[in-house]
Design a protein around this ligand. Sequence first.
Ligand code: ING
Ligand code: ZN
Length: 309
Amino acid sequence: LTREGGFGWKRYHTLDEIYAWLEYLGKQYPGQVRVVDGGRTYQGRPIKGVVLNFGRQTNGTERSTVFIEGGIHAREWISPATVTYIVNQFLTSEQPEVRRLAESYEWHIFPSFNPDGYVNTHNRNRLWRKTLSVNGFCRGADANRNWGYKWMSGGASNNPCSDTFAGRKAFSEIETRSMAEYIDTVGKKLYAYISFHSYSQLLLFPYGHTKAHLDNYDESLSIGKKTIAALARRYGTKYVTGNVAETIYVASGGSMDWVKAKYRVPIVFTYELRDTGDYGFLLPANQIIPNAEEVLDSLLAMFKEARVT
Ligand code: ING
Ligand code: ZN
């Protein structure tokens, strides 16, 4: 086994490989890594994550927890790959800035919010997006339209066969319901919530149901600009930042909007990772590492800029 436990970021991994690696980390770093179960999926799989805590948080405020969400959409493979890369860097990097970031917070990190869907993209349909619940003749709800804030108020479908089907009701999906319950256990401590999607090279912040500039819009925009500037520095990759509704489209029932509205978390962003459409969801595996490197650069800047409490 290498330092990463034989895992690596030269190819995309299956759910089983990701889960085996998380368990390996729990054994390898018993003082820093706790493997946690966020709940079960429709097909009975666990939603596994890790809690990283290096035991000397310097953030010093009530809000000393960061939540990272990956893979809520099954086909966006670069998302779980980026999230596992970040976990590995937090555990193994010797760069002072990375160490400082890792050790300043308690991290709750879930590489795949949609394990059934992810398995489906490996076994049957590479471009599957939704969960796999049965809804009449069609399967699955869009797990990023199913959260209970402004549910079904734009950019979501009531047709079970649509890729943006919002579900029969808010939190109809066991995946969103159980992850919301998990987030409730840390909600008041959250300093930041970061979610990873692909593709389009955007750094989005709330809200998706309205173009209005709500909560700490100005501050989010200013942090967003500095974050994408840092991202571009390494390889020149250009991102655009702004709220969801103005920057891509109106979309309601997303996880980050629910977290922002319920807990007034200061730093809430969704990355739309590489690329801008040449490969789209089928981003070649040789881009996993450069993509993740520039994202980690950008996170260092984001948390340096973020001085709100
Ligand atoms: N994009 C996101 C989607 O769910 C998004 C954009 C982010 C919408 C946050 C709402 C809230 O449509 C992709 N590519 O899935
Ligand atoms: Zn997505």
